[in-house]
Design a binder for this molecule. Structure first.
Ligand code: GAR
Length: 218
């Protein structure tokens, strides 16, 4: 597969909103690819449910609008998700990008953004949904581990897959070393997939993902 992003940027940038809860290294990778013009997207806002998430600082450093909606301030998951929908819609994104957003989403929220919300998950789904994926891969004796980028559906970490990248699990791997190598791959893969959306190459038809003009997926 050609891992370089398409440099021929003709159309207007894809407006995206990115949701985070933590360090935001994937957010940083997306910012960096926008800056070096290999990703034709515009980050309208970064929204965090954690007030001191370092990713908010990364966004501010890049002059990107930030919003904090702290879930503890809401009576219910539905009330928080409704506030989040309203906030996201203010920015009118064409794609909602979950980048380390550690919240279980209500069905109403997921359905509201059906077909236009993606997530990155640090495992080869359907293996290891949920948390502690690197530790579980080691405990399971997996020979391969990796990442998945998928549409968000109402099933936790269960939506249609767009891209997976696997790496070998090494004999001396710890959960930290494994996490670090997977994260490095995440930083390559997520901007690439968002660029596919910017190029309008990704389609969801009958719950199946079609990537146009990509020999690997035809
Ligand atoms: C990433 O490894 C991402 O795949 C994971 O959280 C990390 C966020 O890192 N997401 C999930 O586990 C979602 N189920 P980052 O804040 O440095 O981008």
């Amino acid at each position: 597969m050609n891992n370089t992003l398409d440099k021929s940027i003709a159309d207007s940038p894809l407006p995206i909103v990115i949701l985070i809860s933590g360090g935001g290294s994937n957010l940083q990778a997306i910012i960096d690819r926008i800056n070096d013009k290999t990703l034709n997207a515009r980050i309208c806002a970064v929204i965090s449910n954690v007030a001191d998430a370092f990713g908010l600082q990364r966004a501010k450093n890049a002059n990107i609008a930030t919003e904090t909606i702290v879930h503890q301030k809401y009576d219910s998951r539905e009330a928080f998700d409704t506030a989040l929908i309203i906030k996201i819609e203010q920015y009118q994104p064409k794609l909602v990008v979950l980048a380390g957003f550690m919240r279980i989403l209500s069905d109403d929220f997921v359905n509201h953004f059906s077909g236009k919300m993606i997530n990155i998950h640090p495992s080869l789904l359907p293996k290891h949904r949920g948390l502690h994926t690197h530790r579980r891969a080691l405990e399971n004796g997996d020979k391969e581990h990796g990442l998945s980028i998928h549409y968000v559906s109402t099933e936790l970490d269960g939506g249609p897959l767009i891209l997976q990248k696997s790496i070998p699990v090494l004999a001396n791997d710890t959960k930290e070393s494994l996490a670090s190598r997977v994260l490095t791959e995440e930083h390559q893969a997520y901007p690439k997939v968002i660029q596919w959306f910017a190029q309008q190459r990704v389609q969801l038809i009958d719950n199946r993902v079609i990537i146009n003009n990509n020999p690997e997926y035809n």
